[in-house]
Design a binder for this molecule. Structure first.
Ligand code: ASP
Length: 358
């Protein structure tokens, strides 16, 4: 762990956790090809030194590099390590707030994971955890990383009236709950990233805050983080024209514990999958249906009645439903170990039925 500037770690500070991403990326020819670059090339200390001269002197920082990856390569183990680091920091009285620099490709997964595993703790400890990233690598003209990082540091450290502790994200001057941040454009430099209402970081508006508070009131218990090597195996399968039963049948021979079906339209899937998916449920594979459309909710028993053992995802997208199902399967397993007869559906319902502020 290192410090920028160097301060003893028991003094009040903001903890900055580095995960990599484009914000830490370098382009070999920054002037000519800004989109051709390697993510996760420079350390979080270097990112902080780029903004050090404009950081208000009362903000003391401690940094820790947890990973330096292209977030398309994010693993269960990375998430587990990040979740434990965030929990530890939330419990540490010298940490005032936490900023996480992360790649945007899978920030969607990490945002929901942190909400479900640390959201309640952040709320009760009145600390803000802020995820941020960038669309441009660090060495190209007009790189957006420094301003995003600065916004995140300010938001994590300032006491903003009424803005509770929780898991948030900031990009392009706007903030949202981290579970609502997702990359929604492959190449655009100002890819719209928020799925939901967002607020200008320096001008938190009351209607946005009331949405945040409604979600937080409904999220009354964090889910356990799976132990390393014990993350349930869950895959996403996309239904499409010309789908083959073999696509599902292959999984019946594997150790997979859950399948998220990214269906068409309202989350329906190709008839060719009906029989193999019934077999999957008979084998005890957990099934969640979502929509591949990228927007809108997937509702129970629409367009057809759901088989028992299949759960609609609500507003959760495929990547989020996958994280939610992993944590729900793990939570049910932990509950059963201590004699509580709860199912993955019990836990998944808590996630998918959060108020629709998103
Ligand atoms: N591929 C990069 C990553 O997710 C994209 C980014 O950070 O914007 O690490």
């Amino acid at each position: 762990m290192s410090s920028i500037p160097c301060i003893p770690e028991n003094r009040p500070h903001i903890l900055v956790l580095g995960m990599g991403g484009t914000i830490a990326g370098l382009a070999p020819n920054p002037g000519e090809s800004p989109l051709q670059y390697q993510a996760g090339q420079i350390g979080v200390d270097s990112l902080l030194s780029q903004v050090q001269s404009v950081i208000p002197p009362d903000i003391k920082l401690v940094s820790r590099q947890l990973a330096n990856i292209n977030s398309r390569n994010l693993t269960d183990a990375h998430l587990g390590e990040l979740g434990l680091a965030v929990k530890e920091a939330l419990a540490d009285p010298s940490v005032r707030g936490i900023v996480i620099t992360h790649g945007t490709d899978t920030i969607e997964e990490t945002g929901l994971f942190l909400q479900l595993s640390c959201g309640k703790l952040a709320h009760t400890q009145s600390k803000r955890v802020i995820l941020t990233g960038a669309m441009l690598p660090s060495n190209v003209p007009g790189a957006d990383g420094p301003s995003n990082l600065l916004d995140a540091l300010r938001w994590a450290s300032t006491s903003i009236e009424n803005c509770p502790g929780g898991i948030y994200a900031v990009m392009g001057g706007r903030g949202c709950m981290a579970m609502d941040l997702a990359k929604r454009h492959a190449t655009s430099l100002n890819a719209p990233l928020q799925d939901s209402p967002s607020s200008k970081v320096n001008l938190i508006n009351p209607s946005w805050l009331s949405g945040v508070k409604a979600v937080q009131a409904a999220w009354n218990e964090d889910l356990p983080i799976p132990q390393e090597g014990e993350w349930p195996w869950v895959e996403i399968l996309t239904s499409h024209a010309g789908a083959h039963p073999e696509t599902v049948n292959q999984w019946l021979k594997s150790e997979v514990q859950g399948l998220v079906i990214a269906g068409s339209g309202q989350g329906g899937f190709h008839d060719a999958w009906a029989q193999p998916l019934s077999k999957a449920m008979e084998q005890g594979i957990a099934l969640v249906r979502t929509t591949r459309t990228g927007a809108g909710a997937t509702l129970a028993n629409i367009p057809e009645k759901d088989a028992p053992g299949c759960r609609a995802s609500g507003v959760l997208t495929g990547p989020r439903a996958r994280i939610g199902l992993q944590l729900a399967l793990n939570a049910a397993k932990q509950a059963n170990l201590v004699g509580k007869p709860l199912t993955w559906q019990d836990f998944f319902a808590r996630i998918a039925d959060l108020p629709e502020f998103r």
